[in-house]
Design a protein around this ligand. Structure first.
Ligand code: ATP
Ligand code: MG
Ligand code: MG
Length: 555
């Protein structure tokens, strides 16, 4: 038992444990349908289910809810396992597939028929909907509702053997066509689908519906608390009905919580798939996607995602979380762990006229002033350098503490330099290079370092720098809530046309040679970056900006 319940689900579990409802056991599950990649919303459910199991020393299953072959695929099965593992959770030997229960589920359906609680119905989908009625109009009983058990058993068997066309017959629960809850008006339990399943092949041509397969899969696995999102609240009476009709006791208890919504993105697998399939992004792992694989490729840490899920908490009330909170969690984590290095994204050449032509000095530079465990590296300093274009202004406003004609700045880890002369292209007037002088007495770490100037710039030595491509990302959508359907405008109309900015002539300090795919750095003054694990190559490095340095999260 947790010391103090930190959310309403823990309170429910505590109460069940006190009543010794499940012999002191807590057993949860994370049940994705393998019809797409996981997104940050799923991370909330993963952290919750695995987290509760850990807290109560219980178990958590990973179960593929693979009962609808039409949109499912092994590619998704594999990516989901990779993502859950990467988030830091393990299911040990508790990996299950609802499709492994097809035979059992069929047997349970036969039991329901025998108990007079299910029947084969010949109405088609439109007719079923019509007969079902509405919230203000009670349903009408199907003409097939009172078939004999014998006839139902035979018809159900023939459905299984493939004798009937898709859509021509279904198995329905016999509950209450006048129920105020539409889900209870004789819901469909099985439909005919002549589709190949990624695991069971062509063994089956009838497939169970979610509302039938889910409670039974939970019960078969001994799940005690079946946690799902609030859309299923109206389905809970049916969840309970299925288990009661088959005499499961004790039975799992369904508990609903509010799904995570994030602003400036969409989170339904259908919409994410649309972005992938129609080429709006480069794939499910595009660094702009809210998928776990996209966040991973972008450079997010699993720790920051778990921290985020912890902070947003678990409640019943639906709300939209500000993506700035996710970025805040990320910065906190990266600030501590990322070495600080120098990279010039938009280079401007600087020549130090009073520095000897062939001289190179290797300067000791620590990786972080806050975390000495990160150590240090040697930085080359020489006569020709690159600085950032935006760190120079020919006619600066007041309080511009960077470089301008006649002004002085410190080069980080190195010397104070002074801008003496500006060279421009005579025809175009374009800025070509700056000529500067350095003050040899001001080397960082030396006695002369006491002289102070207002600005400190990052830089790289031109002869030693590594060329790189750097990708800067912005929000995928310009609208805070792109999902909101207004005047029939499609969510894709709100895509941000400038969500990716590729900079192809960047220069990095040489210590980044051999940086491993996925490794993370702070580029001084520019943000946090990682080596793109897909496109980066030795000699052709590609970095992603994970997040900028500025935190807009209001605490
Ligand atoms: P989507 O609508 O994105 O397709 P889904 O609910 O159909 O999502 P599943 O694969 O069925 O996707 O989800 C697996 C589990 O993750 C379910 O228990 C579901 O409730 C949970 N889940 C899905 N989306 C969210 C979310 N945004 N926030 C919290 N939990 C979620
Ligand atoms: Mg689902
Ligand atoms: Mg879905």
């Amino acid at each position: 038992k947790a010391a103090l319940p930190s959310n309403f689900i823990q309170s429910i579990i505590d109460e069940d444990l006190e009543n010794n409802k499940h012999a002191g056991q807590v057993h949860t599950r994370f049940p994705p349908e393998p019809n797409g990649y996981l997104h940050i919303g799923h991370a909330k459910s993963i952290c919750l289910n695995f987290g509760l199991a850990a807290e109560y020393r219980g178990l958590c299953n990973l179960r593929f809810d693979d009962t609808n072959p039409s949109k499912e695929d092994v590619e998704y099965v594999e990516s989901i396992q990779e993502d859950v593992r990467w988030l830091g959770f393990s299911w040990d030997d508790r990996l299950f597939y609802a499709s492994d229960y097809f035979e059992k589920l069929y047997g349970y359906a036969v039991q329901l028929i025998k108990a007079g609680k299910a029947y084969v119905c010949d109405l088609n989908a439109d007719e079923i909907r019509e007969y079902r009625g509405t919230l203000t109009r009670p349903g009408i009983e199907s003409p097939h509702r009172n078939r004999s058990v014998e006839e139902n058993l035979q018809l159900f068997e023939r459905m299984r053997t493939g004798e009937f066309e898709e859509g021509s017959r279904v198995l329905r629960a016999k509950i209450d066509m006048a129920s105020p809850n539409l889900n209870m008006r004789d819901p469909v339990l099985y439909r005919i689908m002549k589709a190949s399943h990624h695991r069971t092949g062509d063994n089956w041509c009838i497939y169970p519906m979610y509302d039938y397969a889910h409670p039974l899969s939970d019960a078969i696995e001994g799940i005690t608390h079946s946690i799902c999102t609030c859309e299923f609240e109206d389905h809970r009476p049916l969840y309970d009905w299925v288990l009661d009709a088959l005499n499961f006791n004790p039975r799992p208890r369904q508990i609903e919580f509010a799904r995570l919504n994030l602003n400036y993105t969409v989170m339904s697998k259908r919409k994410l798939r649309e972005l992938v399939e129609q080429g709006y992004v480069t794939g499910w792992d595009d660094p702009r996607m809210p998928t776990i694989s996209g966040l991973r490729r972008r450079g997010y840490t699993p720790e920051s995602i778990r921290d985020f899920c912890e902070r947003i908490g678990v409640a019943k009330a639906v709300s939209t979380v500000d993506i700035a909170l996710l970025e805040h969690c990320l910065r906190e984590d990266l600030n501590f762990r990322a070495p600080r290095v120098m990279a010039v994204l938009r280079p401007l050449k600087v020549i130090i006229d009073n520095y000897p032509e062939d001289q190179v000095e290797w300067l000791e530079a620590e990786y972080s002033s806050e975390n000495s465990e990160l150590g240090s590296r040697q930085l080359p300093f020489s006569r020709v350098l690159y600085i950032e274009q935006e760190d120079f202004m020919e006619n600066p406003p007041k309080k511009f503490f960077r470089l301008s004609p006649g002004s002085e700045v410190r080069l980080k880890h190195a010397y104070i330099i002074k801008c003496e002369r500006v060279v421009k292209n005579e025809q175009t007037g374009e800025l070509m290079e700056l000529h500067c002088t350095y003050d040899p007495d001001t080397r960082s770490g030396s006695a002369g370092q006491t002289r102070k100037v207002k600005g400190t710039l990052h830089w790289v030595s031109a002869a030693h720098a590594l060329p790189a491509e750097v990708r800067l990302y912005d929000r995928l959508f310009i609208k805070e809530n792109p999902d909101e359907e207004k005047d029939g405008v499609d969510f894709k109309a709100h895509l941000n046309p400038h969500s990716l900015d590729k900079l192809t002539s960047c220069w990095l300090e040489p210590s980044l040679a051999g940086a491993l795919p996925g490794s993370r750095y702070q580029f001084l003054r520019q943000g946090y970056f990682n080596v793109d694990p897909v496109d980066s190559r030795d000699g052709a490095l590609v970095f992603n900006r994970i997040v900028s340095l500025k935190d807009s999260w209001a605490k």
